[in-house]
Design a binder for this molecule. Sequence first.
Ligand code: AMP
Length: 249
Amino acid sequence: MKVLVPVKRVLDYNLKVRVKPDQSGVDLSNLKMSMNPFCEIAVEEAVRLKEKGAATEIVAVSIGPDQAQETIRTALAMGADRGILVKADAEMEPLAVAKILEAVVAEEAPGLVILGKQAIDDDSNQTGQMLAALLDWPQATFASQITLDGGKATVVREVDGGLQTVAVELPAVVTTDLRLNEPRYASLPNIMKAKKKPIDLKTPADYGVDAAPRLQVVKVTEPPKRQGGAKVKTVDELVDKLKNEAGVL
Ligand code: AMP
């Protein structure tokens, strides 16, 4: 069974986000970009399925600028077999990404698509759900455990207040949550081997997808600065502050 893993290039999660002075977006100039952490978890899960013999081939696909090839190379170094870069310089919205992925699925016929539950740049948490809807495939989102058995996947999902176990028929779309696994670091020999693995270059037009944006970003702002904490000397003072300052009593 082939597994398709969409991987997104995003601002490295260790970096502090800086909003552009004109509030039109986030400043990405000269900053380190990396694979979206939830996509790393998706690649790791696909590689584990291959190691268990449940998957035969892993295809990593990224939609983004030329540099997204580096993200695909990271997936190849972790154990993916080949890559597809769909070149798009403009910021791609989840619907456009989902439509391109739908076309990639039609071409590649995977038994499973594993995506991240969300990209940490746009925090959309939409692409997997939209892809499942476009394909009319079952979906299991926020997976913290995936077990394949015959033509079925049993997925433990992280939901508010607990865990939900669902069974879906394959082919299906699964999105990863944080606790699904701990992604491996690519070893140096695997990084070298990944350089020889093939990456197909495509464009949204090759798939007949109109990737024009449907959304307009009105403005992007920093979150409000947190007020510093203060120590109170007495319970009375605490009650007074809760009543009169915080307004919670
Ligand atoms: P989002 O819906 O934007 O929060 O993204 C959820 C997941 O969809 C990501 O973790 C990726 O697996 C996939 N995805 C979103 N955008 C892209 C992209 N440009 N290229 C490849 N995969 C993407």
